[in-house]
Design a protein around this ligand. Structure first.
Ligand SMILES: Nc1nc2c(ncn2[C@@H]2O[C@H](COP(=O)(O)OP(=O)(O)O)[C@@H](O)[C@H]2O)c(=O)[nH]1
Ligand SMILES: [Mg+2]
Length: 287
């Protein structure tokens, strides 16, 4: 059975430790293998997990395949976008509805084998708010290398994210990232980019919120069936980068963050506490 957003949004006391979100657009050729690996891995874990496939308006049999796998697997869910809205929309739709304490997204081609999730989980458990897979921190871990033209575009894009957005990461685009639940709930509410350029935006927002972000080298095997078009999608991503920069200069993220923190219309004047009261102080800079 598909679940409605309201059913899934709040974590129950028995909430899973991990949610794995898989955005999927016309993935009938790859989703079966992905589900087979992901479900085998999660069922081998000693703790509870859930898997959410976000169908991004596929016109092939992606959702029918997922439905078939859902039989007798209550921890596998299908969420359907209202048409094709982009990877950024899909990841946000999944992560905001995920109930896990740690929420992770992975591309449907499993270019990073799902077992690599263990490393991201360990990074979060060691205190990071956000752990991002990196194909470039340790190049030895690339099992199937990307073609030269793709490496060139990837490196150029990364250079732009450093220069334009001040992101100090080696790899912003890796489709393998994990978040502490509350961090994801805050970051993805502030996301405005819904297609390919969403990765640098969420990292930009996470830095603005002063979340700790670690890059973790992951094993990565390039899948040549990538459907990114370098000219069309590359131009669009540069345009999205300019949009993020302009949003930032116009203070849109700061205003949105301030609005999230502002509870003045929701509570009566602050309760007075003596210095000795054991009140919990929020961490600075966090929402
Ligand atoms: N091509 C494409 N992929 C999408 C879309 N929405 C979600 N996705 C998913 O985004 C992920 C990345 O796609 P992939 O082709 O592997 O991209 P690449 O390897 O980064 O070039 C896959 O899980 C897709 O199914 C979309 O609108 N177009
Ligand atoms: Mg891919």
């Amino acid at each position: 059975m598909e679940s409605t957003p309201s059913e899934r949004r709040s974590p129950s006391p028995a909430s899973p430790r991990l949610s794995i979100v898989i955005p999927a657009y016309n993935e009938s050729a790859r989703i079966e293998a992905a589900l087979s690996s992901v479900l085998a891995w999660v069922t081998s874990l000693p703790w509870q997990s859930e898997v959410l496939v976000i169908d991004d308006g596929s016109t092939d049999s992606t959702s029918a395949i997922v439905h078939r796998w859902m039989a007798s697997r209550p921890f596998l869910h299908l969420i359907q976008n209202p048409g094709n809205r982009g990877k950024g929309y899909s990841v946000r739709n999944g992560l905001l509805q995920a109930a896990g304490q740690i929420v992770l997204f992975t591309d449907a081609d499993l270019s990073a084998p799902i077992e690599e999730a263990q490393q991201l989980i360990e990074a979060i458990e060691a205190g990071a708010d956000v752990a991002i897979g990196s194909r470039w921190l340790d190049r030895q871990r690339q099992t199937i290398h990307q073609p030269l033209y793709r490496r060139f575009f990837g490196r150029c894009f990364n250079w732009v994210t450093r220069k334009v957005m001040g992101l100090p990461f080696k790899d912003t685009q890796c489709g393998f990232k994990a978040f502490r639940r509350d961090a994801a709930q805050t970051i993805f509410r502030l996301q405005t980019i819904e297609r390919w350029g969403f990765d640098p935006e969420i990292l930009f927002i996470a830095r603005k919120l002063r979340y700790s972000i670690v890059e973790v080298p992951v094993t990565w095997g390039h899948d040549e069936r990538s459907r990114i078009s370098y000219l069309k999608d590359g131009m669009k991503m540069l345009e999205e980068m300019a949009q993020i920069r302009s949003n930032s200069l116009r203070g849109r993220y700061d205003q949105a963050i301030a609005a999230l923190k502002d509870t003045s219309t929701m509570v009566t004047p602050p309760v007075e506490r003596s210095n000795s009261s054991p009140s919990v102080r929020p961490r600075p800079g966090r929402v």
